[in-house]
Design a protein. Sequence first.
Length: 633
Amino acid sequence: MTGDAVAPAAAADSPAPASTAGAVVRVRAALLDRLVNQAGEVSIARARIDSDVRQLQGWLSELTDSLDRMRRQLRDIELHAETQISSRIEATKAAALSFDPLEMDRFTRFQELTRFMAESVNDVATLQRSLQRTLQSAEDQLAAQARLTRELQDDLLRTRMVEFESMSDRLYRTVRQAAKDSGKQVRLDIEGGAIEVDRGVLERMTGPFEHLLRNAVAHGIEAPAQRRLAGKGEGGRITIAVAQAGNEVAVEFADDGAGLDLQRIRQRGFERGLIDPDRPFSEAELAQLIFSPGFSTAHSVTELAGRGVGLDVVRAEVNAMGGRIETVSTPGQGTRFKLLLPLTTAVTQVVMLRCGEQQVAVPSTLIEVVRRVPAAEVERAYAEGSIDHAGETLPFFWLAALLQAGTQGASGERSQAVVIVRSAARRVAVHVDEVVGNQEVVVKNVGPQLSRLPGLTGVTLLPSGEVALIYNPVALASVYAEAARALRQTGGAAAQAQAVPAAPVVPLVMVVDDSLTVRRVTQRLLLREGWRVVTAKDGLDALERLAEERPVVLLSDIEMPRMDGFDLVRNVRADPRLADLPVIMITSRIAQKHRDYAAELGVQHFLGKPYSEDELLSLVARYAGAAVPDILA
């Protein structure tokens, strides 16, 4: 009976765990933020490991090439040894003489050494295959770990998400108070309020949302009498429509008022000196004036309007988050403000851009297109301050000049990278040295000291451990356009006095050698002295590198696969762009005929292996000229 009595109790208790399946746990927001940051650190660490694995892949590829070359060379030695032995045997038979024991031992030892070398090469090949398998396994594990990290990050970010309707009471209250103060009848409708948005985004945008609602009540919705005359109902309507598109959330504020008073905006623009009365302005350009600081079309100052504070704050906050705002107005029907905001501020996709030695991140949602533009067209764009794109004339800037980080350095490339950046209705073209690529980054908080800097939307850590700032170039252009153009004009003394001194461009040295060891040793030597170094494993590889950027000096071996050093120099001298490029030969072939032939091809210096480091550094410094890094001083 005891068992019968216990069984019902167990059955009664069994549903209890199921009833807790939908239980909610209250977690402090600060703890969630800390967990998200720690997940971001894990992601950054994984990216660093992934970068190291890719570097190992490159070295393993070099090892494979070297191993193949060793096999070929060993086979040549074996054939040469067999040929020598066969020749000696034939000569001995012809002379009817017996072998000298020492000569026989010597040839036998030669054969033994070749066999030992073959065994060593096979041992190295075995290690290479083991490394390859281990590296492949590490890549698979990294891919699995990347998937788990992403899932962890997504789940943590989901805990930060709140429905847009969570702030609806505050928005309703704002509209009710504004309608009461202005004596108007206004109704607010929210569509798509169930869509979830990052809590940090909502908290930061609460103020701008309230500004837009007050602006719609004060400037958009007409008074009841005016609405009756226009054939509308006495009560106005404001609609907030929320929609998600990819990694962005669109929040649209629309009213059924009178629309923007473009004539009044034009008049106020003339009065404030914001527009030229002799230049025609489109409706879109006039609509952008309402975002100017201190701009207002109100006839009198009230609690709701006339102070010139509001829409400029809205645009500044939207730009600071890496978003954009679009404005559409229809006379007599109303105005729509569409805010495109990041779904979350913790993780975002960016495009890495390089200007000189500086790398800058730009949110990928702002990048419209990347173009390769001929160098002549780039120079013309600098002279005119604009460039034509898709039938439109866009402002043109050197990105580093917008950052007040330096003027443009000389580039030998035939075509250069120009990035078209779009934010809201504005677009600008920025010239950069290189578009490094697209990657997902963890956005770090810049703190209150830097959060108000124009154009700065965040900061992140790259896999290399370097810090990269995330900028909105359109916002930078709106503030620093004139300063950037003054910085570009480095010929005048006044511009030089106002401009930030440009960082010296570090000279580039190219090292061409089929030996991985020689390349690495020479590269480390030059990097230690402060130069930039690019390496190539043979002549064809060197020509591809030379097409990308011209070095100050070329260091080349003679004997290399595919294209040797002599053929490389002939191709360099045949190219008008590279005809005067200094070349230093570093080779073990130091016979006079090799020196004479190199001099005939136009080689400036001929060094034998092993070379003197001091002599090589002095030659490189001589050809680098005034661009020698300060570290050599």
